[in-house]
Design a protein around this ligand. Structure first.
Ligand code: CO8
Length: 258
């Protein structure tokens, strides 16, 4: 077993749980933390027993952004040569579903990390924002792109240009957040949602994630074509036969990920 210093990694049944754990810095995302999150995700992706992953933070902060103290002295050639931030894309390119359970601050890179996940569940205490402009930079881990696609130009532009924070209710209205729950129920709710997803056929859930993501990357006609092809392919799985037989026989399905 590998030791983690900036995150906690647990398995709860078929759910992988990653808790960001740098309380002294409001879970600021330094390179060690991002590396550890990717390492934990590598493990969950490779584990056939895991069907869904939850990433969460603390009551006070999901993550207050990239680590400003680590970034402060970087030069352009350094950032370019080390391809600063590009390793973050690996979070967005995972194949199993990932839920971000957000309480407190999700700012800058923290908001961007949440948006790399497939579903954001928010505590009523959650605060989202892209305050980078106040530091003399702009979002650098997808914020100008993902936020704009999710909430539209008006709100994305306002958030990125003013750096103001948006509460959970506003984030839900804007379509950033799937659901808002009381803070003391957040983890329980996220784990339950993840368990529900993990109880489905894993290949079918993965194909579903892949297909929904297509909507962000292609034209409607191409997206529909992709969906149709994948949908047809599902009839080659044992889990389609099992799922439909179980419905007809009025019993619970026993998916075999096959
Ligand atoms: N980086 C480093 N340390 C941080 C960060 C951060 N982003 N946020 C908070 N901390 C530290 C503070 O320095 C403080 O440390 P110390 O006790 O040693 O002084 C500790 O966490 C507690 O913070 P505060 O005392 O400030 O707590 P408050 O409750 O008073 O305030 C806030 C909470 C409002 C969240 C405040 O901490 C804040 O404004 N933080 C910075 C938010 C921010 O600007 N985030 C954007 C960062 S830039 C970014 O994310 C760029 C993205 C680019 C891509 C990412 C790739 C890596």
């Amino acid at each position: 077993a590998t030791a983690y210093e900036t995150i906690l990694v647990e398995t709860r049944g078929k759910v992988g749980l990653i808790t960001l754990n740098r309380p002294q810095a409001l879970n600021a995302l330094n390179s060690q933390l991002v590396g550890e999150v990717n390492r934990a995700l590598d493990g969950f992706e490779a584990d056939p027993g895991i069907g869904c992953v939850v990433i969460t933070g603390s009551e006070k902060a999901f993550a207050a952004g990239a680590d400003i103290k680590e970034m402060q002295a970087k030069t352009f050639p350094q950032s370019y040569l080390e391809d600063f931030i590009t390793s973050w894309d690996r979070v967005a390119n995972r194949r199993k579903p990932i839920i971000a359970a957000v309480a407190g601050f999700a700012l800058g890179g923290g908001c961007e990390l949440a948006m790399m996940c497939d579903i954001i569940l928010a505590a009523d205490t959650a605060k989202f924002g892209q305050p980078e402009i106040k530091l003399g930079v702009m979002p650098g881990a997808g914020g100008t792109q993902r936020l704009t696609r999710i909430v539209g130009k008006a709100k994305a532009m306002e958030l990125c240009l003013t750096g103001r924070m948006m509460g959970a209710e506003e984030a839900e209205r804007a379509g950033l957040v799937a659901r808002v729950v009381p803070a003391d129920k957040l983890l329980e709710d996220a784990l339950k949602t993840a368990e529900t997803i993990a109880s489905m056929s894993l290949p079918i859930a993965m194909m579903t994630k892949e297909s929904v993501n297509r909507a962000y990357e292609t034209t409607l006609a191409e997206g529909i074509r992709f969906e149709r092809r994948v949908f047809h392919a599902m009839f080659a799985t044992a889990d389609q036969k099992e799922g439909m037989a179980a419905f007809v026989e009025k019993r619970a399905p026993a998916f075999k990920n096959a």
